[in-house]
Design a protein around this ligand. Structure first.
Ligand code: MG
Length: 399
């Protein structure tokens, strides 16, 4: 069978001759069954579900709601959070949502005239520099710290002009410091050894633009590696992007999770993230986890733990519903906004926001911006943006 086309030039050492090769973690794949599931998703190629637009919007909007739900809880203990019943309605988002939106915008800008993604690291790096500017860094300093020939005189595009994004909401130090170097990290040339969850918490849109789950895995990992150089910092992002891509195509969540885990298990030094996903699956298979169970997965401050907590909660949604699953995802002593954000990305890619209270959907910050960006993502993904229109070129300059 002919392989789906691939649009991004990325190393695929963990994918050789049309089949997965166990490398970094021999035995991590559960034999042929897991490989067959991933292969089936890969060979399905670019899914074209009728409700793709709803799922893309759901992924971004439910992610923002989970982020905002966890925002006041990020630095609170489980004991304190339990005294808040019910939790405050989600309102203000944090850096997780802000950076996720710049990932989406950057990926739209990376789509070339042939509807293919090009220069992902550079174009996404520039998107994150625009985010850095929203956090108070003068554009002149950003230009002088980078190659000025690649940076416009003023930050361009429409997203950076959205004033509500110019609030500092506890931005992660790793992202700030990495971007201030003016260089963009890659998997081959990492900038640091950080596995903070700042890579995975912004990676979901990488699942929108990929040709297949493996492609999504690669794009997600490369977007994270711009700032996070530890394998668990970027493979966790690849796994989330692969899961989102599979869900948009209509895969069940357990299959999507399995695909993310299998791809990670076969990536160099991916065992830590694959094992964390496996622990989340095992936890969810024993019934709806308690907050204490979630804390056994870690605090969520690092990539693989944040993804694991979010996956365990999302897998419980069939039994307890999206609202309760998202509430569970923020009810622990760890990084509640990031685990809520990632869990929301997953649930929204399955159900949109239909399973969440209308008051939550209506009260979350930035809803209009998120709806506009989601619609543009869906257009770019399905039909391609019409760059012959000056308005489109102004909103999404290339590069
Ligand atoms: Mg945050």
């Amino acid at each position: 069978m002919e392989k789906p086309r691939r649009a991004v030039s990325v190393p695929r050492s963990y994918w050789v001759d049309d089949h997965l090769v166990a490398g970094a973690h021999p035995g991590a794949l559960d034999g042929a069954e897991a490989e067959e599931k991933v292969r089936a998703l890969v060979e399905a190629g670019l899914p074209q579900a009728d409700d793709t637009g709803d799922r893309v919007l759901g992924c971004l909007l439910a992610g923002a709601i989970g982020d905002a739900l966890g925002n006041p809880l990020e630095f609170e203990t489980l004991e304190t959070i339990r005294r808040l019943n019910p939790l405050p309605a989600p309102h203000l988002v944090t850096d997780d949502t802000q950076m996720t939106l710049f990932t989406a915008e950057g990926l739209i800008r990376a789509v070339d005239g042939d509807d293919r993604l090009t220069r992902v690291t550079d174009v996404l790096g520039h998107a994150y520099l625009r985010w850095l500017h929203t956090q108070g860094q003068p554009w002149s300093a950003i230009r002088s710290g980078s190659d000025p020939s690649t940076i416009p005189d003023e930050p361009d595009g429409w997203l950076v002009k959205e004033r509500w994004l110019h609030h500092r909401r506890a931005p992660g130090n790793t992202c700030l410091c990495a971007l201030m170097t003016g260089s963009f990290g890659t998997i081959e040339a990492p900038l640091n050894d950080s596995k903070g969850c700042g890579g995975v918490m912004r990676a979901a849109p990488a699942g929108f633009f990929a040709d297949d789950v493996e492609h999504a895995f690669s794009i997600g990992a490369h977007t994270a590696a711009i700032t996070h150089g530890h394998p668990s910092g970027y493979w966790s992002a690849g796994a989330l992007a692969a899961m989102v891509h599979a869900l948009l195509g209509g895969a069940d969540l357990p299959v999507a999770v399995d695909a993310g885990r299998a791809l990670t298990a076969n990536a160099p030094k991916g065992a830590e993230t694959a094992d964390a996903i496996g622990m989340a699956v095992a936890l969810a298979e024993n019934g709806v986890p308690s907050s204490e169970d979630l804390e056994s997965l870690g605090g969520g401050w690092v990539g693989e733990e944040a993804l694991a907590i979010a996956v365990a909660c999302a897998l419980s949604a069939d039994e307890i519903g999206d609202e309760a699953a998202l509430t569970l995802a923020v009810t622990h002593s760890g990084d509640s906004d990031s685990t809520g954000s990632i869990c929301g990305n997953l649930l929204g890619a399955i159900h949109g926001t239909g399973g969440l209270p209308a008051t939550w959907v209506n009260s979350v910050e930035g809803g209009d911006t998120i709806r506009r960006l989601a619609a543009d993502c869906a257009t770019a993904r399905i039909d391609g943006l019409d760059r012959s229109q000056p308005e489109v070129r102004t909103r999404y300059p290339t590069g």
